[in-house]
Write a protein that binds this ligand. Sequence first.
Ligand code: 5GP
Ligand code: ZN
Length: 112
Amino acid sequence: MTDCMFCRIAKGEMPATIVNQDDRYVAFRDIHPHAPAHILVIPREHVRSLNEATDAALVGGLLLFARDVAQAESIGTAGYRVVLNTNGDGGQTVFHIHAHVMGGRAMKWPPG
Ligand code: 5GP
Ligand code: ZN
């Protein structure tokens, strides 16, 4: 989608601090980090949210890519959180499915 910010990042049309990418996924640093490590992982394919996802391989691959990002950030062993905010009450503000990978500090539970 041309009017989607994350599609534009995936295509290299908009700057972002990319930490890893392959032919299906792109991981880049959140512009407003809420933890010492705060990375967003997106599929290159535009999917509005988890509600619209139909491809189990795409969603499963997103999680494994997020896991690999956490390992590369050296937060895998200490622990980290992977979050998919979905729609309004879930706190989603960008409507291209993405996983937040957060770590580098102890996460609180429950989240706000
Ligand atoms: P959501 O609220 O939809 O779960 O998460 C969207 C995230 O995207 C937010 O944490 C926000 O800080 C981040 N974000 C919004 N615009 C940009 C941008 O232009 N670049 C980057 N790197 N992150 C962004
Ligand atoms: Zn998009």
